[in-house]
Structure formats: structure tokens, C-alpha cells
Write a protein that binds this ligand. Structure first.
Ligand code: ADE
Length: 224
């Protein structure tokens, strides 16, 4: 899968994309994450990528031409399944959306900044608008990072143990059961006996009961 991220501030997320699981996913050839600086597609000598808004409302607006040039260039090179715009107005990102986006081949994510992009971009080039929650960020870069992270880890082969993506919280509308590792005893705090019993059926049942209990207590809305 290839994800092209279009932003005025590529440095904000560059190191994030190259660390840990995202970095490994790229080195292993499972994902290609390409950051593009929108300013590189300006043609004036000041590399102006934003301007005052018509009508006089406060705040700068991202200009239409550089974004149009960049998206048109990318589209001439390959076919894109979605051109996503990050915005608090968008559909709220969640696990089912991550699952379906992880099945696509090529996706563009355009990060909004300041007051957002000239609306003509949204009308003519964007196929999907996504919000990562009901709060306002200074820009869409963190939203693009959040989405990319949760999408790429779902690509088969990215996680060493595929089960671990399947048993994530939310994957079956249940929160994940508690996990423990060595030592068995610390500070008088012990690991539940059942996990040390070696009886896999009992362990599976305990994990399912715990998942159900935690979901009922913490996120009952997920069970509706
Ligand atoms: N840009 C600013 N706030 C945002 C949000 N909550 N989700 C996605 N993009 C944003």
C-alpha cells in the first residue's frame, strides 16, 4: 500500500513515519509512505502556499494552485482509491474505517492547516473527509499520522503475530483483556492463576469474560 501525505509541514511527522512499526513496514516493503511539501509546488518567488480569505474572515487559507498541481501530478503517475482531507468536519475515524482503508492500494491524505484549504479543492478533488475526533488541532498532520499508523499496522505481514491485530481492542467491539508478563509475583502483586494454568480453554474463557466485563464497565456503548 502507498500513502502520499500532502502537507505544509512535513517535518512535523517525518520521524514518526520512519520509526518503530511504520519504519519496519516500509523497510519490509509492506507500505510506502511518501511525504510531500506543498510549498514545493508553488511557482511564485516567495513560495506562497496560503493567502487571506475572500470575504475577510480571520485566518489564512491554503491556496488552490499548488495543491491542484501536486494532486494532478500524483494522479498522472498512478490511480488513487481515495483522496482524503483531514478536517474536524469529516466522518469520525474509527477501527472499521481503518480496516477498510488498509485494503486499498493508493491513498492521498491532504493535511489541512490554518483555516483549511480553498473550498474548491474539497469540491473537486477530495473523495473523503476524515476527522480523528471532536476537537480542533492546529493542523491535519497529527490526524494523518494517527490514520497512517492505525492503517499500516493492519496490512498483513506488518505485525509479526497477525493475531495481535485481530485481538485488538475494538476489532470485535470489545476492549482487550488485561495482559501480564514476568515476573509472576512483584511487590506482592500476582498474575491471575488461570493464566499460569496451562489450560488454554480456561484461559480463552477468562479472556473473553474479562473483555466483556471491561467493555460493560468502561465502554458499554460498544455493545449496543
Ligand atoms: N484538523 C484539525 N482538527 C482536526 C481533527 N480533529 N481531525 C482531523 N483533522 C483536523
Amino acid at each position: 500500500m502507498r500513502i502520499d501525505i500532502l502537507t505544509l509541514f512535513p517535518q512535523m511527522i517525518e520521524s514518526f513515519m520512519n520509526e518503530s512499526i511504520l519504519g519496519r513496514a516500509q523497510k519490509g516493503g509492506f507500505a510506502q509512505i511518501v511525504l510531500h511539501d506543498i510549498r514545493d509546488y508553488t511557482t511564485d518567488k516567495h513560495h506562497k502556499a496560503d493567502d487571506y480569505s475572500f470575504g475577510g474572515s480571520a485566518g489564512l487559507v491554503m491556496k488552490v494552485e499548488p495543491i491542484y498541481r501536486l494532486i494532478t501530478k500524483l494522479k498522472s503517475e498512478r490511480e488513487y482509491d481515495e483522496v482524503i482531507y483531514t478536517s474536524p468536519d469529516g466522518e469520525t475515524f474509527n477501527q472499521p474505517m481503518a480496516n477498510s482503508l488498509s485494503l486499498l492500494n493508493n491513498v492521498i491524505i491532504l493535511c489541512g492547516h490554518y483555516k483549511g484549504v480553498d473550498h474548491r479543492i474539497r469540491e473537486h478533488l477530495i473523495t473523503k473527509e476524515v476527522s480523528i475526533g471532536d476537537y480542533v488541532l492546529t493542523g491535519g498532520e497529527l490526524a494523518a499520522a494517527v490514520m497512517t499508523d492505525s492503517i499500516v499496522r493492519l496490512i498483513p505481514g506488518v505485525l509479526t503475530d497477525e493475531q495481535s491485530a485481530l485481538s485488538d481492542s475494538f476489532q470485535d467491539n470489545l476492549l482487550a483483556p488485561p495482559v501480564y508478563t514476568r515476573p509472576r509475583e512483584f511487590n506482592g502483586w500476582s498474575v491471575p492463576d488461570v493464566l499460569l494454568s496451562g489450560n488454554q480453554a480456561l484461559i480463552d474463557q477468562w479472556q473473553m469474560d474479562q473483555a466483556m466485563e471491561r467493555t460493560l464497565a468502561l465502554r458499554p456503548d460498544l455493545l449496543k
